[in-house]
Design a protein around this ligand. Sequence first.
Ligand code: T3D
Length: 260
Amino acid sequence: MSYQYIFYEEVGGIATLTLNRPDALNALHPDMLVEMVDAIERLADAHSVRVFVLTGAGRAFSAGADLTPPPGGGGSGNNAIHETHYNRLLTRLVELACPVIASVNGPAVGAGCLLALLSDFVIADRSAYFLQAFVNIGLVPDFGATWVLPRLIGPARATQMLMLGEKLPAERAAEWGLIYRAVDGSDLAAETLALAQRLASGPTLAYGMIRQGIRYGLEHSLMDTVALERRNQLLASRSRDFKEGVEAFRTKRKPRFQGK
Ligand code: T3D
């Protein structure tokens, strides 16, 4: 599939998807969502990919759902789009077996905000903001907002974001624990790359199971989660990276993980 609304590239184990509708602040056009799902399915099948980076072209990360209905229907409020596009994208993202970084170069709004917050690490330009804009246009939150936000920042702050629909500056978002870090805009690309390279040279299988474990633990009991940890530890202990990690420890050198 060739892409019109996104850039996608894989370099050195790092797959980067750039939302590319800068004139519309990377608003999520339905065809863009189809392209994103295609790219994520492609990277999920590519065993060479060890970290996935999401970012936006221009001055925004994403302004959320496209509010200009495309020809033939769609646009905000179209229920079918949730089933066919948003939920599919969310599922593919959550099921990825490698770490995901959102490099938030500007406003992250509505579904665009959730797209960032569903990542494992969110690094944002200090001048960026996070905005749950749904209420400002008379919509209720979707794309997992009412599940993700209370878990990340608690119900009081989630309610504040969701009901007041005000911009949350990146630095405040970092103070609240909503995101990993806020950095100077001029450092964002380098900081993102450094984190991506670090993760791309780590034990990918273990990262994938940590991802799975965190989501699972949020929804299940302690004992169920311990049971999953036990199953995953057995798998991790059979990996080449575990063998390499122990060997490196014994011989007092840095491990060279292969992601296998
Ligand atoms: O379909 C479904 O039902 C699914 C539901 C999904 C949930 C959502 O995501 S709902 C939330 C939808 N998003 C919004 O409500 C945000 C709308 N945008 C804004 O409020 C503002 O644009 C911002 C606060 C994000 C930024 O403001 P500002 O002043 O920096 O930029 P601007 O001038 O408003 O926007 C620049 C251009 O981007 C402008 O186009 P123009 O006039 O230069 O040709 C604007 O129309 C366009 N744009 C911004 N957001 C969207 C958009 N075009 C389409 N859809 C947008 N969401």
